[in-house]
Ligand binder design. Structure first.
Ligand code: PHE
Length: 365
């Protein structure tokens, strides 16, 4: 039976535990210290269990000393836990801190390849941004068209010379003798939209088109965007306002000269070719006194409206169409059309747009 001096061993234990707690660098080490003292087979637990073996006359004092030490150690252990938790949180906050002064668009890590947006796709995004702000939405249609959608409904009758203009790709005839075509323009989507939904209609149609033609400025597959606005009381004034605003926004030239010149399309009456001012010699847009044809437009022909079941005495509208490659080449000063489709990485890297900076009207497209 032992009768230890009440405080000697306890003072040593207190010191030892204080040192262990101070050395515990994380919550896991801290927990090992806690269990080593207060756990089922912890040091202090063992001392408390041994109380029964202490001589009765010393037991009361020893018990009181052990209980004081226990309270002391519990407090020290708890305060170490709080300190460690606070340090962990500090470390996390420091590691996850957001630097609000960093540029808003992340750059790829050094050595990583960054993808880019093809200039055709970029122009389409810009068209959607500009016309979208005017309230036009995107409509789509098939690349393989029926003859009636591509020509007939658009007031281009069989054997009409306009059909030859388009250098059409024909597919093999079906059993009824009808030959599907690769659409030669996006105008058949005007027809599909007017048949599918009642006016008012406000759409643009960006998409692929096909003509048997191939040189520095023509490709057998190219892209057009069509525009169609049908409502009551639509006039030539609306057409002009819409296209002047569009051209100035697209080319980012707020005083870009725009000229409307009488022309002919079977599906519009009157029809107008639209030119922008430029310098023929330097290629600079916006000044120079020369004119460059950029798109076709006109008031939708009453017969086209009637072909789609729309009463031309009640509804009027305008339409326009332009080549996406052409306006892209002009905007970026590209001399040749062919690289659009050649997948040459040097060309793509040069002309690609940043995928993290979609066009916005606020910044100017
Ligand atoms: N579809 C015509 C073309 O491909 C362009 C156009 C569209 C003209 C709409 C007027 C109105 O040449």
């Amino acid at each position: 039976m032992t009768d230890l001096a009440p405080s000697d061993d306890l003072a040593a234990l207190r010191q030892e535990i204080a040192a262990q707690l101070a050395a515990s660098a994380d919550l896991r080490a801290w927990d090992a210290v806690r269990v080593g003292v207060l756990g089922k087979s912890g040091r202090l637990t063992a001392l408390l269990k041994g109380l029964g073996a202490v001589a009765p006359e010393a037991r009361r004092e020893r018990g009181a000393a052990l209980n004081r030490l226990k309270a002391e150690l519990e407090a020290a252990i708890e305060s170490r836990r709080l300190a460690l938790e606070a340090a962990t949180l500090e470390a996390r906050l420091a590691a996850e801190r957001l630097d609000v002064t960093l540029p808003p668009r992340p750059h790829p890590p050094a050595g990583a390849e960054q993808g880019g947006i093809h200039p055709i796709s970029r122009t389409m995004e810009e068209l959607v941004a500009i016309f979208g702000a005017m309230g036009l939405r995107v409509a789509e249609g098939p690349d393989i068209e029926g003859d009636w959608y591509n020509f007939g409904a658009l007031n281009i009758p069989e054997h009409h010379p306009a059909r030859q203009d388009h250098d059409t790709f024909y597919l093999p005839a079906d059993p009824d003798g009808r030959r599907p075509v690769l659409r030669t323009h996006t105008s058949p989507v005007q027809i599909r939209t007017m048949i599918a939904e009642p006016p008012p209609i406000r759409v643009i149609v960006p998409g692929r088109t096909y003509r048997a033609d191939h040189d520095a400025t023509h490709s057998p597959m190219f892209h057009q965007v069509e525009g169609l606005v049908i409502d009551r009381g639509i006039t030539l004034g609306h057409l002009k306002g819409c296209l002047i605003d569009f051209l100035r926004a697209f080319f980012c030239i707020s005083d870009l000269p725009v000229r409307f010149r009488a022309s002919y399309f079977p599906f519009t009456e009157p029809s107008m070719e639209v030119d922008i001012g430029w310098n023929r010699r330097t290629g600079e847009l916006g000044k120079g006194g020369d004119w460059l044809e950029i798109l076709g437009s006109g008031m939708v022909h009453p017969r086209v409206l009637a072909n789609c079941g729309i009463d031309p005495r009640e509804w009027q509208g305008f339409a326009f169409g332009m080549g996406i490659e052409r306006i892209t080449m002009l905007k970026h000063g590209m001399p040749d059309l062919r690289p659009f489709y050649e997948s040459d990485l040097r060309w793509l890297r040069h002309y690609a747009a940043d995928p993290l900076s979609p066009p916005s009207l606020a910044e100017g497209v």
